[in-house]
Design a protein around this ligand. Structure first.
Ligand code: AMP
Length: 420
């Protein structure tokens, strides 16, 4: 293994592709910031307990995929495999829910870790932008979040994604369904591990990808037939609200998702250009999670969108983001004196809020002009000894190729004017 190899299942973000990741994070969070969501940041690790109780002791995420460690002081920690449990924990710790302003609306962006078998679109370290609305049961809130995710993807230019929607019922109706499903599943021809799953988390069996399992599930009882009136009405309202907003979705009664805490509304965003790892984001309502981790009753809803897979989705659709060049002015000094003088101009430009860069290392004109081109700068400032003797710099418009001598003392002002 080379010393320069990132760990298995991880990759580095380097320029220029890294700019796309920043733009995607920005695009996903912008609709949230404009809708009353405040930024929250939590540690990259938490006590294992939180995820075991929050995400669910029977889930793959907790049993197989968590990076756990024992600290020198003997604490059991886990690198966060997802964001919701941490954000809720932090909101409870800070008593945000007691500030009298429910729902508490939060957004976050960060790294998550799962020990999964790496493949295209599935990594051991990945990045999500997420949103949580804590403490309110209101179908408008569920609708808001789905609409904002749709808006984020559309603003990026994505079109080939689909929204799958389902209701998982609540603590009244889900247990009744669970039992009916268990009774049905126990009669099927299934392997040991799947049999165990029937007892711990039977809904997950519906999610089994194997054809021989799916074949046996055709007549499985449907959650839809077991939803209580309150859940049915709630779900109809969510559907009506997102329909009214012009957001297209598909009802998917098989959608259960891999986390235990979901109740009622659940949804997933899938992209058809990504092969098997097609889920670009997902979320739903988690009315019982706060109590599961020892908090008060706080019905909540949220989602997390995967940044890595969103970038892959853009590439699959051939969408090129319109990323403006980061550098507006590039300075090319020819000689020692010019280095000092032009670096002074660059500093002045930067302080005036104009993005400027400099040909470092005393390179020749040709190489420096290549760098100027590569930087995407609209203007280049070139100065040699003769220019300085005349008190001017050469200002070159990189689009038209036109070059004009500008008095040194006016260079910054002239550029500010031209760049508007
Ligand atoms: P989940 O919490 O599993 O619903 O994940 C939410 C989103 O995070 C998914 O839709 C993916 O976009 C992303 N995601 C989850 N696991 C991974 C992974 N191992 N690698 C890359 N992205 C992931």
């Amino acid at each position: 293994m080379s010393t320069f190899q990132a760990p298995k299942g991880t990759y580095d973000l380097t320029p220029p592709r890294s700019a796309t990741f920043l733009a995607v994070r920005e695009a996903i969070s912008a609709p949230l910031r404009d809708s009353g969501y405040g930024y929250i940041e939590t540690p990259g690790f938490e006590n294992v307990e939180l995820f075991a109780r929050g995400v669910g002791e029977s889930t793959d995420i907790v049993t197989k995929e968590m990076y756990t460690l024992t600290t020198k002081g003997g604490s059991q920690l886990a690198l966060r495999p997802e964001g919701t449990a941490s954000v809720l924990r932090a909101a409870l710790e800070a008593n945000l829910h007691k500030a009298g302003n429910l729902p508490v609306k939060l957004w976050y962006s960060g790294s998550y870790y799962r020990y999964e078998r790496p493949q295209a679109g599935r990594y051991r370290h990945f990045s999500q932008v997420g949103a949580e609305a804590i403490g309110t049961e209101d179908p408008v809130l569920d609708a808001e979040l789905i609409i904002l995710a749709d808006q984020a993807y559309r603003s990026l230019g994505l079109r080939q994604f689909r929204i799958l929607l389902n209701s998982l019922g609540d603590k009244e109706c889900r247990p009744v369904y669970r039992e009916a499903l268990q009774t049905f599943l126990r009669d099927l021809d299934l392997d040991e591990e799947t049999r165990r799953r029937i007892e711990i988390n039977p809904l997950r069996v519906l999610d089994d990808k194997r054809a021989d399992v799916q074949k046996q599930l055709t007549d499985a009882p449907k959650l839809r037939d077991y939803l209580c009136d309150a859940c049915k009405a709630y779900h109809e309202e969510v559907r009506a609200l997102i329909t009214a907003a012009g957001v297209v979705f598909e009802d998917d009664e098989k959608l259960v998702r891999g986390l235990d805490y979901y109740t009622r509304t659940t949804f997933e965003f899938v992209h058809d250009g990504l092969g098997s790892q097609s889920a670009v984001g997902g979320g739903g309502r988690y009315d019982g999670l706060s109590e599961m981790i020892g908090g008060p009753e706080l019905p909540s809803v949220g989602w997390a969108l995967g940044v890595d897979r969103t970038v892959l989705a853009l590439e699959a659709e051939g969408v090129e983001l319109d990323l403006p060049a980061t550098t507006s002015v590039y300075a090319v000094p020819l000689g020692e004196e010019a280095r000092r003088v032009l670096f002074g101009v660059v500093t002045e430009l930067r302080r005036a809020g104009i993005a400027a860069d400099f040909a470092f290392g005393g390179r020749g004109l040709k190489g420096a002009m290549k760098s100027a081109n590569r930087s995407g700068a609209r203007y280049t400032l070139v100065a040699g000894e003769r220019d300085l003797a005349e008190g001017v710099v050469q200002l070159k418009d990189m689009e038209s190729g036109e070059q004009t001598a500008v008095p040194l003392t006016e260079a910054a002002a002239e550029l500010a004017k031209r760049l508007g």
